[in-house]
Design a protein around this ligand. Structure first.
Ligand code: UT7
Length: 328
């Protein structure tokens, strides 16, 4: 038995932070940001009383509404995030409490930009084993809470957002059919990280002074690794499943950089008309990019029974992977 995505939903904060807004805050400009990344604007959830669990709860409520079920039918909630409300309790528990999913257990999954892809594969296992009938997988990040708005190399890239799906047992031949996931901590750990706040560098005056509670990225190194890895894994999932550029309906890639997405599509032999891209409007929302893309394809009625989707991601860790979904 495989797991099908039966419902999708997304939440994006209303406030838009454009490249022109950033020009007033940093030594940067719209043209540089657009040509190097593809981003024009991103959404920001400024209200400190609305953390990541707020966005997840909005998504969870929409998922229940759209599916027409009550919260007590949910068996498991997986929240993929690198900006949890707190180190503990988990954001998944906060969401479970907010929607009163009294029969659900849940946990947070830490895989940065690959969080949703990792979470989808994980959630699918609980359906495949027969252990769960309804699993919520949500990817959410309030990136504005860990961005250094004095660092132009990272501040321009990210935005806030959340989205998710409900997984349920699939009809024969449909659903999450294959996944190939990777990690490489040896090469990844130095190039994309938030050094402060954990057990290595617990919060102190020094960690604050050294700005260790913000995201740090060596963009060039990550770019090189991302271009190679995302294209390799997408190609691998195609080969394993006998897919070609013609038989794939949509590539649903992580939205970190338009140039990485284009390189992946090129290697897959798939035209840009079949590539879901919304980086222009939301920037990189980390664990939320892939499910936001899915939710938008679904809203636009582009997903039909039998549509072949390849989801692909690359992020901190390094973590990366690709998933083949045959839409039910
Ligand atoms: O989602 C998680 C995974 N993350 C990624 O996949 C991100 C991967 N990396 C990237 O997308 C790109 O490396 C960036 C978009 C982050 C940077 O683009 P780049 O083409 O690699 O630029 P660069 O870092 O090599 O910088 C080129 C120049 C530098 O100036 P010099 O040394 O050539 O004079 C930078 O100082 O651009 C400068 N620069 C900027 N200029 C204006 C860097 N950031 C900015 C900026 N505005 N915001």
């Amino acid at each position: 038995m495989k797991a099908a995505i039966t419902t999708t939903a997304k939440y994006l904060p209303e406030e838009v932070l454009s490249n022109f807004d950033l020009e007033r805050m940093l030594d940067t400009n719209d043209e540089w940001i657009r040509t190097r990344t593809g981003i024009r604007e991103r959404r920001i959830l400024r209200d400190p009383a609305k953390p990541t669990s707020f966005m997840c709860t909005e998504v969870a409520r929409q998922l229940l509404d759209k599916r027409g079920i009550t919260a007590d039918e949910i068996d498991l909630i997986i929240v993929a995030t690198m900006t949890p409300d707190m180190i503990f309790p988990s954001t998944a528990c906060l969401v479970q409490g907010n929607i009163q999913a009294k029969n659900a257990w849940g946990f947070d999954l830490s895989a940065a930009c690959s969080g949703f892809v990792y979470g989808l594969h994980t959630g699918a296992q609980f359906i495949e084993s027969g252990n769960c009938r309804k699993v919520m997988v949500i990817g959410a990040d309030k990136m504005s809470s860990i961005l250094d708005y004095t660092d132009r190399s990272t501040a321009i890239l990210f935005g806030d957002g959340a989205a998710g799906v409900i997984l349920e047992p699939a009809r024969e031949g449909y659903g999450v059919l294959d996944a190939r996931l990777y990690s490489d901590g040896a090469n990844g750990k130095e190039h994309l990280l938030m050094p402060g706040g954990g057990s290595l560098n617990p919060p102190s005056h020094e960690t604050i002074d050294q700005r260790l509670h913000f995201i740090k990225q060596d963009g060039k190194q990550v770019f090189k690794a991302a271009v190679m890895a995302m294209a390799d894994v997408a190609e691998e999932i195609m080969e394993r499943n006998g897919l070609t550029g013609d038989t794939i309906d949509y590539l649903v890639p992580h939205q970190a950089n338009q140039r990485i997405i284009q390189a992946t599509a090129e290697r897959m032999g798939i035209g840009m008309d079949k590539v879901m891209m919304n980086i222009e409007y939301y920037g990189n929302t980390t664990a939320a990019t892939v499910p936001i893309c899915l939710a938008e394809l679904d809203e636009q009625n582009k997903l039909h029974t039998g549509s072949n989707l390849v989801l692909a991601s690359f992020g901190a860790g390094y973590t990366w992977g690709a998933i083949y979904v045959r839409w039910q």
